[in-house]
Write a protein that binds this ligand. Structure first.
Ligand code: SF4
Ligand code: SF4
Length: 305
């Protein structure tokens, strides 16, 4: 199967962009990661310091791996929550992207098996395994890694989920890597970060509102809370200011459409919510990751509402 056919199959399944990179060993990225960990910038994400060899070498994740298929799925929406309610990052408006994307990636893998007539050995990954997704996306020609540390696609911007298939599939050609960096002299994301978490194309998770509101298990330090504004689940500040998101268009995934209730929930609604209602309402939502107790912790004073 040639590369064009593979990309067309991805498009037919609803992916907004796709590219294929040959498998390689990402030693430079591993060294950058190790320096980041040494500085303690991974905060409480101990899993970032594990399975580093697998992260460096995809052949340790999938025996005989030949290629890395990378897909982008746009999740941008101009729809915002009601004014003056606690703010959630856009990615969490609808159904959990892990569920939606894994299903699509498995379908893509099945289609490739069917069309090539080969029993392709592969695994799908969505932000839950030791994979350098951003670097693979760059190598698959899908964009560059911006100063906000996110992948920026010149057509879609940065509000995209990355889904990956590592497999022994070998197309007859590969995508061209993106060697350019279109951030230029722009520094808007760094300047817009409310906590100063970004510098030198690195994020210090200790300071990042996304980490503190979603991953952090203990109390959020007062100096972070004071800078969270109305945010209580994730943060889009370093994406909202990016000029490459100025042309972002509405996503096409019905599962990502917002839960209407969520768009109107006030601080009081959240604080009065009981565990049973939360579970039935948000069981397939990214909000289920931290859980209700942690959400209520995030909403405790001095959240500036
Ligand atoms: S998500 Fe928010 S806090 Fe984290 S780096 Fe971006 S702007 Fe800063
Ligand atoms: S805001 Fe500017 S510096 Fe930051 S990622 Fe976008 S283009 Fe790059």
């Amino acid at each position: 199967m040639n590369l064009i056919n593979c990309l067309e199959e991805a498009r037919l399944l609803g992916f907004d962009a796709c590219g294929v990179a040959p498998v390689d060993t990402l030693t430079r990225e591993k060294e950058v990661l190790l320096r980041w960990i040494e500085k303690g910038f991974h905060a409480g994400m101990g899993y970032m310091a594990k399975n580093i060899e697998k992260r460096e070498n995809p052949a340790l994740l999938v025996e005989g791996a030949r290629s890395v298929i990378v897909t982008l799925t746009n999740y941008y929406t101009s729809r915002r929550q009601e004014k003056d309610v606690p703010v959630i990052a856009r990615y969490a408006y609808g159904k959990d992207y892990h569920i939606v994307l894994k299903e699509r990636l498995f379908r893509l893998l099945s289609v490739l098996k069917e069309k090539t007539g080969r029993d392709i050995r592969g695994r799908v990954f969505v932000d839950s395994a030791p994979v350098f997704e951003h670097e693979w996306a760059r190598r698959a020609g899908l964009g560059w890694i911006g100063r906000n540390t996110l992948l920026v696609n010149p057509r879609l911007g940065s509000y995209c989920f990355i889904g990956v298939i590592i497999s022994d599939f070998e197309p007859s050609g590969y995508s061209l890597p993106e060697e350019r960096d279109f951030c230029g002299t722009c520094n808007r994301c760094v300047e817009a970060c409310p906590t100063g978490a970004l510098s030198s194309r690195e994020v210090n998770a200790n300071l990042c509102i996304s980490y503190n509101t979603i991953e952090r298990k203990d109390e959020i330090p007062l100096e972070i809370k004071e800078k969270m504004g109305q945010r209580f689940f994730g943060c889009d500040a370093c994406q909202e200011v990016c000029p490459w998101n100025g042309k972002a268009v509405m996503h096409r995934v019905k599962e990502f459409l917002p839960d209407e209730w969520l768009m109107h929930m006030s601080r009081e609604d959240w604080l009065e919510l009981d565990e049973e209602t939360f579970k039935s309402r948000f069981k397939d939502s990214p909000l289920s990751r931290p859980g209700l107790e942690q959400i209520k912790r995030n909403l405790s004073q001095p959240l500036l509402l």
